[in-house]
Design a protein around this ligand. Structure first.
Ligand code: S3P
Length: 176
């Protein structure tokens, strides 16, 4: 049984896009932790935030992380906040190969604009507000992300060839 590979990083880093492509290439199952939360609770992420607040979401997120960590040979994309609460990042490092997808603030903003994911923490923000929010929260979050075993630096992804190239790089570094 191979260790699962967990992709972590800020909202818009490309965790889901690259995770799906990586899983396909490695012929593994892919799990997006947010999707798993939505499927198993029957609620959307914004609904959970609205009903239980961020604290309630973080409790559910941790419990669901522990569930998906039991599954063998996976590629898992966790949420942007997952590594930054409780002992989640240490737990992930103990149970999987972890890769931090590092991207500039401008790339994160580009990806957030391209994707149509509903993210309660940044909903309704103007570009300037978004930039300030990301700068501020990334400063607090990066120490957790930097605990990942491997780091991959990403540019804005617009082409399939970039996805293929990053997938190859993740395979290479996760074999180290
Ligand atoms: C969050 C990121 C989201 C989701 C939730 C909170 C965060 O996941 O878990 O909206 O705290 O950064 P993505 O990073 O997949 O958007």
């Amino acid at each position: 049984m191979a260790k699962s590979i967990i992709l972590m990083g800020y909202m818009g880093a490309g965790k889901t896009t690259l995770g799906k492509a990586l899983a396909k290439k490695l012929e593994r199952n892919f799990c997006d932790l947010d999707w798993y939360i939505e499927e198993t609770t029957g609620k959307t992420i914004p609904e959970i935030f609205a009903e239980s607040g961020e604290d309630g979401f973080r409790q559910i997120e941790q419990a669901k992380l522990h569930e998906v960590a039991q599954l063998p040979d996976m590629v898992i994309a966790v949420g942007g906040g997952t590594p930054c609460f409780f002992d989640n990042v240490d737990f992930m490092n103990e149970n999987a190969i972890t890769v931090y997808l590092h991207a500039s603030v401008e790339t994160l903003i580009d990806h957030i604009h391209i994707s149509n994911t509903n993210r309660p923490l940044i909903a309704g923000k103007s570009d300037d507000e978004l930039r300030d929010y990301i700068n501020e929260s990334l400063r607090k979050r990066e120490p957790f992300y930097l605990k990942a075993t491997h780091i991959l630096n990403l540019q804005t992804i617009t082409l399939q060839s970039q996805i293929d190239d990053y997938v190859e790089q993740i395979i290479k570094i996760s074999n180290q």
